[in-house]
Design a binder for this molecule. Structure first.
Ligand code: BTN
Length: 325
């Protein structure tokens, strides 16, 4: 067994004994390595943030996992067939989307997850940057290979937004809403942004990368000044720390569930669920698109994800990209 495999196996066994000690001797017999080797693995786990009590005579006792984005923690109890079966975890990376787009150039499995504690060059829509400090959020990308044409890729962004909002509501009770085209909002402030990018050949998507950024445990002072009035976090909304790993697992499960629904029944069911939780529809909005700004009433989203706005002169404009306020 390789070092990392033994360590993962030791962790599993120590976890199973939660509440009681397991001796170094028993572990060393099980893995056919010395007690010193076991001691080193346990200390490597403690360095990664696992709370494990060590006792000279009794051995080791598992207390709790860290809320760190470690592959073993993400995989434990994750109920998916292909989403996040293959995981790349980083302490620091430029952008998880950049890395995932590179992976997608090679033959990478569908469902591969790229996740980082911190991004140094996190990217948002419309060439904006995305603030991604360590341990405060979830910054990750998933590679999918849907059989769709590039101009239908917004459907996958909608699917991702729905997956995130639904997970947030169920896990934290926060009333997460969807703002066209792809933000998750609470009390008018942004909790999560989604950046979908594709690699396409002629009229078919080869691979698609969904990049998701969620503000989880930020306190107000953790946001830069220019975001303080427009951004929020789950911790600010619930007044409690939220487990990033638990939330991530529910999001990953939702993405697989809704992606399967999309492949079986098309976009209709996703779009109706999206509309149920939208805060953009049936409201007066100001839209900015391709240099033009106008106001009107948001009446619907069509099956290509375009927002339909009835202008004051009665004309209905179909907005495919941009921002609304
Ligand atoms: C937006 O502008 O609202 C989209 C923000 C998307 C941010 C995420 S964080 C993970 C992934 N990697 C990136 O560089 N961006 C996306």
């Amino acid at each position: 067994m390789m070092k990392i495999d033994i360590e993962e196996e030791i962790l599993k066994i120590v976890k199973k004994h939660k509440g009681s000690y397991i001796s170094g001797e028993e572990l060393s017999r099980k893995f056919k390595v010395t007690r010193t080797a076991i001691w080193k693995h346990i200390h490597s786990l403690i360095d990664q943030g696992y709370d494990i009590e060590t006792h000279a005579h009794l051995g080791y006792r598992f207390i709790s996992p860290p809320d760190k984005l470690l592959s073993a923690e993400i995989k434990e109890g994750l109920n998916t067939k292909y989403i996040a079966k293959n995981i790349f975890c980083f302490n620091e990376i430029g952008s998880t989307n950049d890395f995932a787009l590179k992976l997608a150039e090679e033959e990478t499995e569908e469902g591969t997850l790229v996740i980082a504690e911190r991004q140094t060059h996190g990217r948002g829509r419309m060439k904006r940057s995305w603030i991604s400090p360590p341990y405060l959020g979830l910054w990750f990308s998933i590679i999918l290979k849907p059989q769709i044409s590039p101009h239908h890729s917004s459907k996958i962004t909608f699917l991702a937004g729905l997956s995130v909002a639904n997970a947030i509501r169920n896990e934290t009770g926060v009333d997460a809403k969807l703002k066209w085209p792809n933000d998750v909002i609470c009390n008018g402030r942004k909790l999560c942004g989604i950046l979908t990018e594709i690699r396409a050949e002629s009229d078919m998507v080869n691979s698609l990368v969904i990049g998701i950024g969620i503000n989880v445990n930020f306190l107000k002072g953790d946001f830069p000044e220019y975001l303080k009035n427009t951004a929020t976090s789950l911790r600010i909304e619930t007044k409690e720390e939220v487990s990033r790993v638990k939330l991530l697992k529910v999001i990953l499960q939702n993405i697989e569930k809704y992606y399967e629904l999309f492949k079986e029944d098309g976009f209709g069911p996703i779009l109706s669920k999206w509309k149920e939780h939208s805060i953009t529809l049936n409201k007066r909005v100001k839209a900015g698109s391709e240099g033009e700004t106008f106001e009107g009433f948001a009446i619907d989203v069509d099956d290509e994800c375009a927002l339909l706005i009835r202008r004051d002169n009665g004309i209905i404009s179909r907005v495919l990209s941009g921002d609304v306020n």
